[in-house]
Design a protein around this ligand. Structure first.
Ligand SMILES: Nc1cc(-c2cccs2)n[nH]1
Length: 257
């Protein structure tokens, strides 16, 4: 997968070069290109913002630098998607996806992460200030599938933090990025429920013991206990998730009575 990010703070995305994502880039599984929006300005002050029409506080990001930056990304993605025609993962003939982090977007979920992990390319536009001139999104829709996406109902200063979270959630689903793909199976939201509690040595620690069932070696009992813990935790912390999850299906392969 090729991922392009456009930002006025490209150094903000440096953590995406570390750890598992850094290794995936070294291994050629992931290609990450970060672009400085100011490289697409040509005035002396490299201006990327201006005052909002209609008044109001703050500044709005000017459209022209964004169009030039996204045009360059579109060209690169079109070539990549064309060259990937032989792979079954390419969404042939479809427009490349452009994610625009925004408090006004669809909420980012594990399901959306899985959907986006199947794309051969992804582009991210990091807005700052009061946002990007809306005409950029209108213009971009001729070239990209434009998707405003929210991390949640709170406001950040810019899209960079949201992009790092989304890129990590998406890229870790790409085969070969995490060492043991089994670790992707039983984690929060993978089956619509929150994950069960985990424990390791010592079995007794500061007067607190690991639940006996986990020391029993009885895998059926352990699977059943873990499923019950998922359901209990989800009911207590995120009851709204219970509607979507198949709470009746016992994840260990046995049907609960
Ligand atoms: N969920 C979310 C996104 C944001 C952004 C703020 C500025 C650019 S993107 N805040 N909250």
């Amino acid at each position: 997968m090729r991922i392009d990010v456009v930002s006025i703070f490209p150094e903000y995305l440096a953590p995406l070069r570390l750890s598992l994502l850094g290794r995936a880039q070294e291994d050629g599984i992931l290609e990450l290109e970060v672009h400085d929006l100011r490289e697409f300005t040509f005035d002396r002050h490299r201006t990327v913002d201006d005052t909002p029409y209609g008044g109001g506080a703050g500044m709005v990001m000017k459209p022209e630098p964004w169009a030039l930056a996204l045009e360059a990304v579109f060209t690169a993605h079109s070539e990549r998607r064309g060259s990937d025609r032989q792979t079954e993962r390419t969404t042939l003939g479809e427009r490349p996806v452009l994610i625009v982090p925004s408090p006004a977007g669809e909420v980012f979920t594990q399901a959306l992460a899985h959907e986006l992990a199947n794309e051969p390319t992804l582009a991210f536009a990091c807005g700052r200030y009061e946002g990007i001139d809306e005409r950029v999104l209108d213009w971009a829709r001729e070239r990209f599938e434009v998707r405003p996406v929210s991390l949640g109902d709170y406001v950040l200063n810019g899209g960079e933090v949201a992009v790092m979270a989304m890129v990590e959630a998406i890229a870790r689903l790409i085969p070969g990025v995490v060492g043991n793909p089994e670790s992707l199976v039983e984690e929060s939201h993978s089956d619509g429920l929150l994950e069960y509690p985990v424990y390791t040595k010592p079995s007794s620690w500061r007067g607190l013991d690991v639940p006996e069932v986990l020391l029993s070696g009885n895998h059926g009992r352990i699977a059943k206990w873990r499923r019950e813990q998922q359901l209990r935790r989800t009911a207590a912390r995120r009851p709204e998730l219970l509607d979507g999850a198949d709470a009746s299906q016992f994840s260990g392969g046995e049907r609960e009575v």
